[in-house]
Design a protein around this ligand. Structure first.
Ligand SMILES: C/C(NCc1cnc(C)nc1N)=C(/S)[C@H](O)COP(=O)(O)OP(=O)(O)O
Ligand SMILES: [Mg+2]
Length: 564
């Protein structure tokens, strides 16, 4: 049989470990979808819309390192761009493949789904702004180089890429691909830079008394968790995590000192950071949200190790082309033991707060939902927490060893947990995936629960219904923060079709006893998702959200600088 452009793409996707490709069909991508479906290692997963399709690929990439979504031109790609924005912001290699007009029509005719002008490069130009590599195949003979270039760039940069395939090229003859090593082989660190960075860093740290390691979200994105653990145990100092890094370091480890999030930190993380005289920042990201409206920017010298570079504060030096993994391993062999901040932390360590169980018949509270969620966690659990008060409830959870945690703090698209957890759970069916989401968020992407039914995925959705956009209420309130209340439990059961297949279970919980019952039923429900609508009072939000919201509102309302 003829080996085609579509076969080339399918083979490369399979070779980098893709087993599910997320799609929404359209007449610009149907032939391409045939080729992908024909590949024995690939399973096509239809999504209800292209926003959910791209977010499902983003969640899939969290589980197995890379994801792919295939959409139609313009009407499809424009919605998918939002999920690609998330992949870019979250450092995830998602491959966006878009069908495109027949090459004979380009610059000749007006076509459906386009802007209705003789312009066929606007989508490629838009894609260039939100990816690390965007290519448009115009001739079948160019396909191998363009496809390999895009995939290689995605994997090396840990960023999304864009591949545009005209509808009449997918079935055209194409060369067969050479060894995949040419595409996936990583760049090694530059040896002199690595040596100098390690020497400089270990000498600098010997000049300090109270080091603390601050772990950021990028460590996981380059698979450097083991190297991090090696460095942590070579120094012996206190280790704190940024909120978006939760799940990157074991919370039962003796050196774990909490989530550092300024005034809404957990345990005594902010105290030990304030006591330190140097922060070893590994894969960190400091934004308005992660610094509580800039009130928690570190005030001590920082030694910064990023994805592929290292910066020392004194002497003030920068080392490029140093892979994080290599730097951490080499530094762990050169650094001196200094457990001073761990000794101090053990004096400060707060006693574990025993959550008080509320009475069975009492009105359900946010605290009770959080307490019962904590009881659910096992080494096989993965918790997805949504932008909203769920962030703060999730960050407070104590992860047992092996439990995983996913959060989208940089992009912060409410509704992300539904499609992203669906994509994630397809890649890791052996794990028990639990979502903590809000009523506002759920209304953004609720349709994707239908795919959890179709694929029989037993995700547990804890929907905290506080009647509106409470994060926004705590930042700055107005009528716009009110939303139409749905019968959420009834809605998910609408996705069950009479012809059998998977089943969604919709439950409501207004009291502590009801959520306890609902969780038992959710754990037992295996052939589809369970949504538990946890109805709490509109003003029942976390202490941390109120504090955090106060400072974020202050940061948002700074008046323009005089000279601007
Ligand atoms: C509207 C918005 N953010 C603005 C926003 C708007 N649109 C998108 C796609 N993403 C966003 N984060 C946010 S955080 C709401 O409070 C979320 O409400 P909900 O899901 O109900 O959670 P809480 O009640 O806990 O806040
Ligand atoms: Mg809400």
């Amino acid at each position: 049989a003829l080996f085609t452009v579509g076969d080339y793409l399918a083979e490369r996707l399979a070779q980098i470990g893709i087993r599910h490709h997320f799609i929404v069909p359209g007449d610009y991508n149907l032939i391409l979808l045939d080729k992908l479906e024909a590949h024995p290692a690939l399973t096509e997963v239809g999504c209800t819309n292209e926003l959910n399709c791209s977010l499902a690929a983003e969640g899939y990439a969290r589980a197995c390192g890379v994801g792919v979504c295939v959409v139609t031109y313009s009407v499809g790609a424009f919605s998918a761009f939002n999920g690609i924005g998330s992949a870019y912001a979250e450092n995830l290699p998602v491959i966006l493949v878009s069908g495109a007009p027949n090459t004979n029509d380009v610059d000749q005719h007006l076509l459906h789904h386009t802007l209705g002008e003789h312009d066929f490069i606007y989508q490629l130009e838009m894609a260039k702004r939100i990816t690390c590599c965007a290519v448009a195949i115009r001739r079948a003979s160019h396909a191998p180089e363009l496809i390999d270039r895009a995939i290689r760039t995605a994997l090396l940069k840990r960023k999304p890429v864009y591949i545009e395939v005209p509808t009449n090229l997918s079935g055209e003859a194409c060369a067969q691909p050479g060894p995949i090593s040419a595409v996936v082989k990583p760049f090694p660190s530059d040896a002199p830079a690595l040596d100098a960075a390690v020497t400089g860093a270990s000498e600098f740290l010997r000049s300090k008394q109270k080091p603390v390691i601050l772990v950021g979200p990028k460590v996981r994105r380059v698979g450097a968790e083991k190297a991090l653990l090696q460095l942590v145990e070579a120094i012996g100092c206190a280790v704190v995590l940024q909120p978006a890094a939760k799940g990157s370091f074991p919370e039962d480890h003796a050196q774990f000192a909490g989530i550092f999030w300024g005034q809404v930190s957990t345990l005594a993380a902010d105290t030990i950071v304030n006591w330190s005289d140097v922060l070893v920042c590994i894969g960190t990201v400091f934004t308005d949200y992660s610094t509580v409206g800039w009130t928690a920017l570190p005030s001590v010298p920082q030694l910064v190790a990023d994805i592929d570079n290292v910066a020392l504060p004194n002497p003030n030096m920068y080392f490029s082309h140093v892979q994080l993994q290599d730097f951490l391993v080499r530094l762990s062999e050169a650094v001196s033991w200094n457990s001073c901040t761990m000794t101090e932390y053990n004096r400060l360590r707060p006693d574990p707060a025993l959550g008080q169980a509320s009475g069975g018949q009492e009105r359900l509270t946010r605290k009770e939902v959080a307490r019962q969620t904590q009881l659910l966690l096992t080494p096989e659990t993965t918790v997805f927490t949504e932008t909203g008060d769920s962030w703060f409830n999730g960050i407070q959870l104590c992860l047992p060893p092996g439990a995983e945690f996913e959060i989208e703090m940089q992009w912060g698209h409410i509704g992300w947990t539904i499609p992203a957890s669906f994509g994630y759970a397809l890649a890791k069916p052996e794990r028990r995936t639990i979502l903590m989401t809000g009523d506002g968020a759920f209304q953004m992407t609720a349709q994707e629960v239908s795919q959890m039914v179709r694929c029989r995925i037993p995700i547990i959705i804890l929907l905290i219904n506080n009647r509106g956009y409470t994060i926004e209420v705590e930042i700055h309130d107005g009528l716009y923060n009110r939303i139409q209340n749905w019968n959420y439990a009834l809605l998910v059961e609408a996705f069950n079709s009479e012809e059998g297949g998977g089943r969604a279970l919709g439950l409501k919980a207004h009291t502590a006893e009801q959520i306890s019952e609902a969780l038992k039923r959710a754990i037992a429900h295996k052939d589809g998702p369970t949504l538990i609508e946890c109805s709490i009072h509109q003003d029942d939000c976390s202490r941390e959200l109120i504090t955090w919201g106060h400072f974020v509102a202050a940061a948002n309302s700074r008046v323009p600088a005089k000279d601007k």
